[in-house]
Design a protein around this ligand. Structure first.
Ligand code: NAG
Ligand code: NAG
Ligand code: NAG
Ligand code: NAG
Length: 211
């Protein structure tokens, strides 16, 4: 494979870890992941799948902006579950962020996103790999299509309690990372408090913009 490299406000909007239908069987329309940031270097830029190993991709900053056309490496999908009565392109619904890798001979390899975290860091790299067995579900809010992870339990208090309403945690940053290669990538910071320990990180939102 060879994907390429490439990289807050509204732009235009139940974890069940099983992979066989009817789980995550409803595929969204194609969309791009466009950054929203106070930092002009990143605001309006598209994220792209970038090579991180054999058939493994990260989410890198690209030079493409919202004004450029979608290309294969900037096109993503979000599968939700018919078993939860989720409809296509559902808002505020956990699903699998996925990317279709094209390998030699024009073979399409559906690939699911999972966070990869090292115990030495407080940020995780979103990584796509073939198949559907392993993934980190995410949702997109109705207001802006902005990506988040719903957080149910609050362990910053004693005893741990529950968020009501559920917290929509958008801990996305663009940072210089070294999952395999030195790239400028999207990451997710763990925890509801604190900043990324990686000094290069700049806060962003990640908005899905339909192709
Ligand atoms: C999701 O929210 C957007 C508004 O941000 C709305 O236009 C769209 O119809 C909603 N999609 C679904 C499937 O309800
Ligand atoms: C995502 O949806 C497509 C279309 O229904 C389906 O082919 C694919 O298997 C789904 N992925 C998962 C994880 O179910
Ligand atoms: C924006 O991001 C770039 C690249 O990380 C950084 O060099 C610059 O200092 C940032 N600007 C502001 C205003 O934070
Ligand atoms: C889905 O809809 C069916 C039929 O209305 C209902 O029986 C079922 O409880 C719903 N499932 C969920 C998870 O909401």
């Amino acid at each position: 494979m060879k994907p390429i490299i490439v990289a807050l406000t509204c732009l235009a909007a139940t974890v069940a870890a099983q992979s066989s239908p009817p789980w995550y069987d409803v595929q969204s329309s194609a969309f791009r992941l466009i950054l929203k940031s106070d930092n002009d270097t990143y605001d309006g830029h598209a994220l792209g799948a970038c090579h991180q190993g054999a058939a493994v991709e990260g989410l890198c900053l690209t030079g493409d902006t919202i004004d450029d056309p979608a290309v294969s490496y900037t096109t993503f999908y979000h599968n939700v579950s018919s078993s939860e009565n989720a409809t296509v392109n559902a808002n505020d619904t956990l699903g699998v962020l996925n990317y279709i890798l094209t390998i030699g001979g024009g073979i399409n390899v559906p690939s699911a996103m999972k966070f990869s975290q090292s115990p030495g860091s407080n940020i995780a790299d979103p990584i796509f790999s073939p198949g559907w067995d392993d993934f980190t579900p995410i949702a997109f809010d109705e207001e802006c299509g902005s990506a988040y992870i719903p957080i149910y339990q609050d362990d910053t208090v004693s005893p741990p309690s529950y968020y009501n309403p559920t917290l929509k945690l958008k801990n996305w940053y663009i940072c210089l990372t070294r999952f395999s290669y030195l790239y400028t990538t999207l990451v997710y910071k763990f925890g509801v408090t604190g900043e990324p320990q990686n000094p290069t990180c700049v806060a962003v939102e990640v908005v899905r913009v339909w192709v």
